[in-house]
Design a protein. Structure first.
Length: 343
């Protein structure tokens, strides 16, 4: 098992045309950011990023299949932003807000099961909701601006993802979005695992003093986003190891105190690099994913660098370990049921 895990950590999958989705993601995140920079709305860069996450989905599909998946996930991301903005106004912080984020995780899991979007799981929806749920509540005007930017960015990502249909030789395939009865589409096991992992991670993160609580929930759903026990353990180990290495990159970038234009360029490079590598080696991709989250995140919520890096590491370790513990306990329970059938 240990040797297999090491081989998984160092193995690179085939390139498989990763430059195409990487280019789409770079354009989808870069253009809205440049527009906001030109308008002097540096504070809305984060909102644009969350909308642009729609470009990540359907990377191996062709139009119109990709258009359908990205439109659905784009709506889900914008809805997550709205939920996060509303959750920031809830009393009894952070407990009620955390309950909302757990609900977003479950809803994202069910949505992924029904639609079949890839990458699977609720990760980006929890990320989008949590970034605003854990921030200071915004007024109506500011909230509407955030939603408008996220929606515009998501819509632009869908357009970019659909542009491939204009290329010569493009092969059209029907969209995979079909009406499937909810009971048949959703695996109750994965929904329960996500619910348990998030429900345990949330209070534990609070007790440990994690400031960015939604980071812990994001980490908790990461191992659950892939099928197979071995793949889930590997993904969890990659998340911790890759995050640790990515924090070193983030520390360098944050120490540079980049101006606005440099943050936009850095975000585009990091987003593109992440998409080039995420399907080939997840741990290496985190060298780009982790600093991207922190560099863009500081435009929304400036924080002390050392505190920020420590918080990210603790949140990641807590979330991943809880998820792996839940998977282990659930696996043992299934084994006991298989070994001792009901009579």
């Amino acid at each position: 098992m240990q040797g297999t895990l090491v081989r998984e950590l160092v193995r690179f999958e085939a390139h498989a045309g990763a430059h195409r989705p990487a280019l789409r993601c770079g354009i989808s995140v870069g253009v809205p950011m440049l527009v906001l920079l030109a308008l002097g709305r540096f504070d809305l860069l984060g909102a644009a990023t969350f909308g642009a996450f729609a470009a990540i989905y359907g990377r191996n599909l062709t139009v119109p299949a990709r258009t359908g998946v990205q439109a659905v996930t784009g709506l889900g991301l914008v809805a997550s932003v709205v939920v996060g903005l509303l959750a920031a106004h809830l009393p009894a912080s952070p407990w009620l807000a955390l309950l909302v984020l757990v609900a977003v995780a479950v809803a994202g899991t069910v949505g992924g099961e029904v639609v079949g979007w890839k990458p699977g799981g609720p990760l980006f929806f929890v990320f989008a909701a949590g970034a605003f749920a854990g921030a200071h509540p915004l007024g109506l005007s500011a909230s509407l601006q955030v939603v408008a930017v996220a929606a515009g960015s998501a819509g632009f990502a869908v357009l970019v993802g659909s542009a491939g249909a204009l290329l010569p030789g493009h092969v059209r395939r029907p969209a995979p979005l079909v009406a499937v009865p909810l009971r048949e589409a959703v695996r109750r096991e994965i929904v329960l695992e996500v619910l348990l992992a998030c429900a345990v991670t949330a209070p534990l993160a609070v007790l440990l003093g994690v400031e960015h609580l939604y980071w812990a929930l994001v980490a908790a759903v990461v191992p659950l986003s892939v099928p197979g026990s071995r793949a889930r353990v590997t993904r969890g180990v990659m998340r911790i190891g890759g995050t640790l290495a990515g924090l070193a990159v983030a520390a360098v970038l944050l120490a540079l105190h980049l101006p606005g234009w440099a943050i936009v360029v850095t975000a585009v490079v990091l987003q593109t690099g992440a998409e080039l590598l995420v399907m080939r080696n997840y741990a290496v991709a985190l060298l780009f994913i982790t600093p991207l989250a922190l560099v863009v995140g500081t435009t929304m919520h400036p924080a002390d660098t050392a505190t920020l890096l420590t918080d990210r590491l603790v949140a990641t370790v807590v979330g991943v370990l809880v998820a792996l513990a839940v998977l282990g306990l659930r696996g043992r329970a299934r084994a006991r049921r298989a070994g001792y059938p009901e009579v």
